[in-house]
Design a binder for this molecule. Structure first.
Ligand SMILES: [Zn+2]
Length: 112
């Protein structure tokens, strides 16, 4: 089950964030947001893990390029990150994305 791959401390943070920021939303919608946050968090985490593994195989430093859905639903936080290059460590520090985030993390070769 997806929730099992999210560390316990992150689950608590996600739930606290959802409860604080989205309190007026009905329980069903809160559950949906929680599941979405867990899945996008797992998606980002798996991208970072795969890029780290690929870096070891090809011997080239792989950074991350933040990529939004590029539409009117992109939030201001993600819009400011669109196209920017980050180290994997920087992305890890950014933490879990907000509810509804649809952003992807593209591999970016540091020497390009
Ligand atoms: Zn986003």
């Amino acid at each position: 089950m997806l929730i099992n791959i999210i560390p316990e401390r992150d689950r608590a943070k996600i739930l606290a964030l959802v409860n604080e920021k989205w309190k007026p939303i009905y329980l069903r919608e809160k559950r949906s947001l929680l599941v979405h946050m867990l899945s996008i968090g797992a998606y980002h985490d798996s991208s970072l893990i795969e890029y780290e593994a690929a870096e070891k195989v090809i011997g080239e430093k792989i950074h991350v390029q933040w990529w939004t859905a590029r539409d009117e639903r992109v939030c201001l936080i993600c819009a400011a990150r669109h196209g920017k290059i980050y180290t994997r460590a920087e992305v890890k520090k950014m933490g879990i994305p907000h509810p509804g985030c649809r952003c992807g993390l593209l591999p970016y070769f540091a020497d390009t």
